[in-house]
Design a protein around this ligand. Structure first.
Ligand code: HEM
Length: 436
């Protein structure tokens, strides 16, 4: 098989680092235009391969996943996450994933949705009309749904005991992930000191919840009870997994809904269809699980939003040995970059790729789109364990918003994506929101 490779050369000792850091999405978009299977470039002394062939992506994430290890970007967050699902490596990861998988089946989702509905209902009832920073609002609500479901905590408790330290951790942690020069974490002064004490505070809260819950008898579908069983009573492991969920499950979902609101405001016909469906299915009544099943157009809108604005815009893997693709070799130590953002916007797989068209997802993922040309939740043994959880939560938060509010964006022309750990709206999405 002959494959098309685009090689970028650079005389700078840092290679393409400057260009990549300045505007990663523009950099990737330019490479996509070359219509290559792989684009190769250098970041400092590391060879990097942006893989744009869906079969090779499948190979990296699924078929020969053992030939690669996770990118080290979460190492900075190890003091918080310990050896949870995201940070652990095989054989520990494999064992732990097997134990945790039963908590995330579609059947279990049904038992979580009443908690998500109740939390969203209460949250929205506390909001006033006016200008909202929708990015912040969705962040708070998605964290509240997550924390209610996995820890049984209410809105106020979540805000004070989970939200406050978690945002402090994320602020410092993400800054450190992005910077090349940083003081070691053992150097506990200034920012690092605040980071360490926010981690201690969050650990203490979660430990207390675990301790109290461990002694009580809860319903068979109680998340924390099941998690403790999955961790065979190991409370430290349970805490690591909770931290992992809090971190991987809230910003992603919040950004998904935020981008979705942006997209519908940009596409009046989609917006009207969405309002029509929610009004038809739910009207002014309390949202019920049965109604969620019938929100078929809303699900397409959510999928199309994941396509154009995938919260996890880039995944990274390091090769642990040489791997060959049709005569081309990714060498041991090289980095393979896999970008849902690039693949989901590729004209080879999506006609008119920049147009927001929920109809593409008529019956799930379009049949002519190859596996791994749509992979917002990654794939293989390290694919997102929370995909059904996230989908259900996003559907509840979005449809209830539509049911209760109308929205007009403020200053919509200045909205640009900011590829942080997840794909955010730079400086937050602002909108005028009023009750219906
Ligand atoms: C829009 C929402 C979400 C998106 C787009 C998303 C995306 C992803 C992706 C792409 C990965 C794979 C990363 C890689 O291979 O490097 C991943 C892993 C993971 N996600 Fe999600 N996620 C979302 C929501 C959630 C939620 C709600 C939870 C938990 C409640 C969650 C928990 C996890 C965990 C634990 C992993 C690591 C799995 C492993 O390595 O075994 N995610 N997610």
């Amino acid at each position: 098989m002959s494959i098309k490779v685009k090689k970028l050369s650079s005389i700078s000792p840092l290679g393409q680092l400057g260009k990549f850091k300045e505007n990663p999405l523009a950099f990737l978009d330019e490479l996509k235009e070359t219509d290559s299977d792989i684009a190769q470039f250098r970041i400092a002394n590391r060879k990097v391969h942006l893989v744009m062939n869906p079969d090779f992506i499948k190979d990296i994430l699924e078929t020969r996943a053992a030939g690669y290890r996770q990118s080290s970007k979460f190492d900075e967050l190890k003091p918080l996450l310990g050896e949870g699902l995201i940070t652990s490596e095989d054989p520990k990861h494999k064992e732990q994933r097997k134990k945790m998988a039963p908590l995330f089946t579609k059947e279990h989702m049904k038992s979580y949705r009443l908690k998500m509905i109740g939390t969203s209902e209460q949250f929205y009832s506390q909001q006033r009309e006016g200008e909202w920073n929708l990015s912040d609002v969705m962040m708070e609500l998605s964290l509240a749904c997550l924390s209610r479901t996995i820890l049984g905590m209410d809105l106020a408790e979540t805000k004070e005991k989970i939200g406050a330290p978690l945002y402090q951790i994320l602020e410092v942690g993400t800054k450190r992930i992005q910077s090349l020069l940083k003081a070691p974490l053992s150097f506990k002064v200034g920012e690092i000191k605040a980071y360490a004490s926010a981690i201690d505070e969050l650990n203490k809260t979660v430990d207390e919840v675990i301790l109290v819950r461990n002694e009580k008898n809860y319903s068979p579908y109680d998340f924390l009870k099941m998690l403790l069983e999955a961790c065979e009573g190991n409370r430290l492991q349970a805490r690591n997994e909770i931290m992992t969920m809090l971190l991987s499950g809230h910003e992603t979902t919040a950004n998904w809904i935020t981008w979705c609101l942006y997209a519908i405001c940009q596409n009046e016909d989609v917006k009207q269809n969405l309002y029509r469906e929610v009004d038809h299915v739910a009207g002014r009544n309390k949202l019920t699980p049965a109604m969620l099943e019938r929100l078929t157009y809303s699900k397409k809108v959510l999928n199309e939003s994941l396509r154009l604005y995938p919260p996890q815009w880039m995944l990274g893997r390091t090769a642990v040995n040489d791997l060959t693709y049709g005569g081309y070799t990714i060498q041991k130590g090289d980095i393979a970059l896999l970008s849902p953002y690039v693949m989901h916007r590729h004209p080879k797989f999506y006609p008119d790729p920049l147009k927001f068209k929920p109809e593409r997802f008529q019956e799930g993922i379009p049949k002519d789109v190859p596996d791994f040309a749509f992979f917002p939740f990654g794939g293989g043994a390290r694919g997102c364990i929370g995909n059904h959880f996230a989908f259900q939560e996003a559907l509840i938060i979005l449809s209830m918003f539509i049911q209760k509010f109308d929205i007009q964006l403020v200053d919509e022309n200045r909205i640009v994506p900011e590829p942080f750990i997840t794909l955010r709206v730079k400086d937050g999405l602002r909108g005028e929101v009023w009750k219906r």
